[in-house]
Design a protein around this ligand. Structure first.
Ligand code: GRF
Length: 209
């Protein structure tokens, strides 16, 4: 089996990126992080990557006149850095469909709720947690899923449930959910590293060790 060499796509603080870096460094996650890519130059996640000695790159469609050139550059970057797996970790841009198709089955995202609840267009950041609280559900959670061409839609790889407390604000809930994100993302990636994720139609199956 080919070793997994990931690019992590980020736009913000990068706490999930940090959890992945830490898991690699402490031996819990057996992948190479070849690149951290951001659509924002000021993403703190880039600093985390640089501190860990990981290559970083900024790319944003707004800097390209022709969409085709943007896509070309994007695809070339994946080749240049020898990337065979993409991890979205707080990446706020829609990934170009050309990339989604090329990396199908080898691109994952994390969503801070239990898909198919509180997901899809418009459900990002604090809006997710606000919606969870407004609805009054008692349990929310985290979902790692494959990326396809629709928001938060690809096959689910792993989920964990997180309690919603009566006293929660979106901020306190986000903080609790984030702790679980940091647990589940390295675990889910390790399943891929071990070749244990089988994709059949709209579902994934986790093979025993
Ligand atoms: C996380 O809540 C993740 O679920 C969502 O964006 C947030 C990113 O946080 N997709 P961080 O940048 O990893 O701290």
């Amino acid at each position: 089996m080919e070793r997994i060499k990931i690019a992590v796509f980020v736009s913000g603080g990068g706490t999930n990126l940090q959890a992945i870096i830490d898991a690699v460094n402490n031996g819990a996650l057996d992948v190479d992080i070849n690149l951290v890519l951001s659509d924002r130059m000021d993403a703190y996640a880039l600093e985390r990557a640089q501190n860990a000695g990981i290559s970083t790159v900024y790319i944003n469609s707004k800097d390209f006149k022709e969409r085709e050139d943007f896509i070309d550059r994007f695809l070339r970057l994946m080749e240049e850095y020898d990337v065979n797996f993409i991890v979205l970790a707080g990446y706020m841009k829609k990934v170009p469909p050309e990339l989604v198709r090329k990396f199908w089955g080898r691109m994952v995202n994390i969503h801070p709720a239990l898909i198919p609840a509180f997901c899809g267009k418009g459900y990002y950041g604090m809006k997710v947690h606000q919606a969870v609280i407004d609805y009054g559900v008692k349990i929310t959670g985290v979902t790692v899923h494959l990326v396809d061409e629709q928001y938060d839609h690809g096959a689910i790889v792993a989920q964990m449930a997180v309690e919603v407390r009566d006293t929660d604000t979106p901020e306190t809930l986000a903080e609790r959910v984030l702790e679980y994100e940091h647990k589940i993302y390295p675990l889910a990636l390790q399943l891929f590293a071990e070749g244990r994720v089988e994709i059949k139609g709209r579902k994934t199956y986790i093979k025993d060790k």
